[in-house]
Design a protein around this ligand. Structure first.
Ligand code: PLP
Length: 234
């Protein structure tokens, strides 16, 4: 099942890239494995997927201890300061940085283990109050500049979560806004390239709007079952 799903997702990505004249090699497929177990991850890994995304520090920590460095780990969830240590230890990329407090802690923890931590800033492009992420351009720029100055952080891009809606125009607007913010930062001498946007329901639109990192969960692993805790699946 997972193998077929991956094949299909990759085919759709390929087709969309051909349609909008994009080079497929500039798009990273991240399999979001939250709430799935080690076996499912192994199965996807055996199909050639090496990037996996997790949104809980503790869940990532356990999966990292079982599977280790053969996988490229992406942390995509809300980050609390007291969990930063674990996430820096396991993640190749942290997509969800949205405060100076967290960035400062990441820099400190990465320094302690001699690591340069790759990060993206999370932007709230939908103005939903319940969502994490920065909204104001100057705040984004200020935090980006701090990250550029931190010796143990490498700022590589921006991340957003599209709106939960069927309205394609609203989804497109959210993604094109992220791209415009990146272009504006580039013009302000902040040299970042990555756009982490697009999930199961909207990744084809994200490709059209310039995404370089797709975070895809249910299209690969199936519906997440929240009736049992992730702890019981590990
Ligand atoms: C769960 C999650 C995804 C993947 O969602 P699907 O709809 O299952 O593809 C992507 N990004 C973030 C931040 C998530 O929490």
């Amino acid at each position: 099942m997972i193998a077929e799903n991956i094949y299909e997702v990759k085919e759709k990505i390929k087709r969309k890239c051909a349609e909008v004249n994009r080079d497929i090699s500039e798009i990273k497929l991240i399999a979001v494995s939250k709430n799935f177990g080690i076996e499912e991850i192994e199965e996807a890994f055996n199909e050639g997927v090496i990037d996996f995304g997790e949104n809980r520090a503790q869940e990532l920590d356990i999966k990292f201890s079982r599977l280790g460095n053969k996988i490229t780990w992406h942390f995509i969830g809300n980050l609390q300061r007291n969990k930063v240590r674990f996430v820096v230890n396991s993640s190749d990329y942290i997509h969800s940085v949205d405060s100076l407090l967290i960035a400062t802690e990441i820099n400190k923890r990465a320094g302690l283990i001699n690591k340069i931590q790759k990060v993206l800033l999370q932007v709230n492009t939908t103005n939903e109050e319940t969502k994490s992420g920065l909204t104001d351009y100057n705040e984004i720029k200020d935090l980006a500049n701090y990250c550029m100055d931190f010796p143990n952080i490498e700022l590589i891009g921006l991340m957003t979560i599209g709106p939960l809606t069927d309205d394609i125009n609203l989804i497109r607007k959210s993604f094109s806004q992220l791209r415009k913010i990146k272009n504006r930062l580039n013009a302000d001498n902040i040299n970042i390239n990555e756009l982490s946007m697009g999930m199961t329901s909207d990744y084809e639109i994200a490709i059209e709007e310039g995404s370089t990192m797709l975070r895809i969960g249910s299209a690969i692993f199936g519906q997440r079952d929240y009736s049992t805790s992730w702890k019981e699946k590990l």
